[in-house]
Design a protein around this ligand. Structure first.
Ligand code: HEM
Length: 173
């Protein structure tokens, strides 16, 4: 991974970002942070509806129709800005356990959100009348919220990867 990071840091785009580091990275980070807010708020609103704590005047489908596009759009913005940060500072990002752990949880969280939206569209009535009332689904809603929270914490921990002790490849550098 060190060699890949080394190669990436010499590519045209990476050098371009590095040469304008003072404003490019902070700008990308700012967009990334706005995206984080949108993702967490969208997941939170759908989870509140599943828990029965808010939005009960709306069906589950209406709730996901409203917040789903925000979630998808924000995830695309996070992917784009996240990749630009990786290209701009490959050694800082790719050689951390926090980054890879975060990528793993993002894949899991996105998969759960996608499966939920697809099955809700296919079996709308079953979801609205039965599934949403099951305690297992309510626990899943809590779990997914915790996964997105963990992703946020791991995103911040990329800069403090030493907290993982011997698990962090940074220690071997
Ligand atoms: C989808 C692909 C994503 C990629 C490739 C990516 C990549 C990155 C990178 C490279 C950083 C900079 C870390 C640093 O140098 O300190 C970062 C920061 C961060 N990311 Fe992501 N990210 C992605 C998605 C997300 C998502 C979905 C969330 C949460 C919902 C998230 C939350 C954060 C947080 C909280 C930070 C720290 C921001 C700061 O303190 O400046 N990221 N991300």
């Amino acid at each position: 991974m060190n060699q890949f990071a080394e190669w990436l840091s010499q590519t045209y785009l990476s050098v371009l970002i590095q040469n304008h580091n003072s404003w490019v990275i902070p700008t990308i980070q700012s967009i990334h942070i706005v995206g984080i807010g949108v993702v967490l708020a969208s997941v939170f609103m759908v989870d509140l509806r599943i828990m029965g704590w808010a939005g009960m005047d709306q069906t589950l489908r209406q709730t996901t129709n409203r917040f789903g596009p925000w979630l998808t759009g924000a995830l695309c913005a996070l992917l784009a800005t996240g990749l630009l940060m990786v290209v701009g500072e490959p050694a800082r990002e790719l050689v951390t356990v926090s980054f890879w752990f975060k990528m793993f949880l993002i894949a899991g969280g996105t998969l759960v959100a996608a499966i939920f939206q697809i099955t809700l569209r296919k079996h709308e009535q079953h979801w609205e009348e039965t599934l949403v009332n099951r305690s297992s689904i309510k626990w899943l809603a809590i779990l997914t919220f915790l996964i997105w929270l963990a992703i946020i914490i791991l995103g911040r921990l990329i800069a403090y990867d030493h907290v993982w002790g011997s698990w962090s490849p940074k220690r071997l550098e």
